[in-house]
Design a protein around this ligand. Sequence first.
Ligand code: KDG
Length: 317
Amino acid sequence: MTAGLVTLGETMGLLVATEAGPLYRIPALRLGVAGAETNVAIGIRRLGVDATWIGRLGTDEIGDLIERELRAEGVTTLARRENAPTGLMLKTMRTSDLVQVTYYRSASAGSRLSPDDIAEDVVARASVLHVTGITPALGPGPAAAVRVAVELARAHGVLVSLDVNYRTALWAPDVAARTLRDLARHADILFASEDEARLLAGTEGAVRDPVDLARQLVAYGPPQVVIKRGRDGCVALIDGQVHHCAALPVRAVDPVGAGDAFVAGYLADLIAGQPAATRLATANATGAFAVTVSGDWEGLPRREELALLHATDNVVR
Ligand code: KDG
């Protein structure tokens, strides 16, 4: 296997309301798969780079479904099966542009992740280890697994990527800020939204300029800081140089998963040896593709599809 991306975390079954409105009025729910880290792994694979995901799944049909999907996408899956349920996530739309996410993941198989799951040889041969701020919020085992994976990556000269991905439903802001600041100190690449950057920097609403926010995060240690700004594109401070990139204009159907898609685009190009401006342009394009389709990862592009967003006609033959 060529060196690619290794990631770890919890992947869940996803129940998506097929229409907007209160749950009791929804005629049907669609079953799928969700998990920030596997979203990134799938995105990376579709762009032609190897990806391995480490996690735990229940010995249930949701666990089988997740394994099948990841196998179909070509993600190498190192997942112990547990006598505990695979977590679930419910995605409803109270109005056509307000998505609500509810988790059913406490005591799930995924939250049993521990340092024992992190095989040193797997981390050592990767180019990048990618972790998110979701995993340390799942409990002491997952938090320790992230720490060990990061230590191993650093010991073997593997780049460490951290996406803050702060989830209010999972932990308190002060605990999250402390834990994620510590992790950021060991990261080479840090992704955050503006709110997440303020959470880490402890500046609340005070700092508004995204370049200033990126500067504050670079001060923790990571030489590459990317501030994801959704429909306003992104701002990055990479090896001392400021980059601005505008988002691509697309019709958004489902914003969930756009951040993971963005990370996948950036890291796939980093692993492929592309310069910062190209990495950011690909990240913008993958993020744009993700929001055009309902589902956290289903709309992610293959490399040859990236140029489609620049098509001048809306019929491509
Ligand atoms: O970014 C999309 C993720 O939020 C989603 O796929 C599920 O990992 C997830 C989480 O914990 O929110």
